[in-house]
Write a protein that binds this ligand. Structure first.
Ligand code: PXG
Length: 292
């Protein structure tokens, strides 16, 4: 597939879509990004992703060189250029080209890159069987170093945790914070269900404020299920009735094992399955229209 990639106002064939080796996004991971899905000719939760991108950029003292509405136009145009109907958008804002030195003042202008592609989905049987997880020894980035609220180009600790999970033969890696509380998985937020109550770690435990995470709170309310934010320890997951992960790529996906302990009966639970169904219904029927 030959994708058309948006870079700073122009479209390039993917073989020609290149950035400078002096871009501080490459040199220092100095930049921010978003992963966004579109379903059935509509972009899901586009405004929420744009808001989070702006917050991430503000947190690292970077001005996105475009207005929010201009960026939305560019995203929609990138999907149309590629004639896609269901897929994934990777939106990246790098600090831009600068000198060989940390100081971002040497960078003249941030660069905006938009890639729209079809997504390699998790295999459908995982939504029926559920994911296995292990606890990683790599801790989630402490907010005092770099807030996990910033969706930055610096994902190395998550990458290392993902490798740990892979080496252990697990589907996902659970990351703890420096105090040993549960934060999230390497690219997904985590929820448990116990006695019909849904809970997930609060933002200040050091997690990304997931867009899908918020959707789960909305769906829970609609389904008359109680959902709360609460500090969790691994014990809460080992002893939960159900567990599931949320993320733009994974959507809502059951997790049925942590550190070789079965969660509940080791199968996706009824509340998880109801949430998956409601989530899929919402993605099919809401969002920003692409072709009208
Ligand atoms: N936590 C982390 C650390 C993430 O990176 C989420 C939670 C879920 O957030 P959203 O807003 O998507 O519900 C993420 C998002 C990938 C991939 O390729 C991962 C994410 C986004 C895009 C792609 O695994 N993670």
């Amino acid at each position: 597939m030959n994708l058309k990639i948006y870079i700073d106002g122009n479209f390039y064939d993917q073989a020609e879509a290149k950035i400078s080796v002096f871009d501080h996004g490459l040199l220092y991971g100095d930049g921010v990004f978003e992963g966004i899905r579109f379903y059935n000719d509509r972009v899901f939760r586009l405004d929420e992703h744009i808001e989070r991108l702006w917050d991430s950029a503000r947190a690292i003292a970077m001005d996105v060189p475009m207005s929010k509405s201009e960026l939305i136009v560019a995203i929609l145009e990138t999907i149309r250029q590629n004639e896609l109907h269901d897929g994934y958008i990777r939106l990246i804002v790098t600090r831009g080209v600068g000198s060989l030195g940390l100081n971002p003042d040497s960078c003249r202008r941030p660069s905006i890159i938009i890639i729209a592609a079809t997504i390699a989905l998790y295999p459908e049987d995982l939504y029926h069987k559920g994911l296995t997880m292990v606890t990683c020894s790599t801790r989630r980035m402490p907010p005092a170093a770099l807030s996990p609220r910033v969706k930055s180009l610096n994902y190395l600790s998550n990458v290392l945790a993902k490798l740990e999970a892979q080496n252990a033969g697990a589907g996902e890696g659970l990351m703890l914070n420096e105090q040993g509380y549960v934060t999230e998985c390497t690219g997904d937020n985590i929820f448990v269900v116990k006695k019909s109550e849904i809970s997930t770690p609060p933002l200040n435990s050091g997690i990304l404020a997931g867009v899908t995470r918020v959707v789960v709170f909305e769906l829970a309310e609609r389904l008359h299920l109680r959902a709360v934010e609460r500090e969790l320890i691994r014990h809460d997951i080992y002893t939960a009735d159900e567990c599931f992960l949320t993320g733009t790529a994974a959507e809502v996906i059951p997790a049925v094992q942590l550190d070789r302990r079965l969660i509940g009966n080791g199968h996706p639970g009824p509340i998880t399955l109801r949430l998956i169904e409601s989530f899929r219904e919402l993605t099919r029927t809401s969002g920003t229209p692409i072709y009208q």
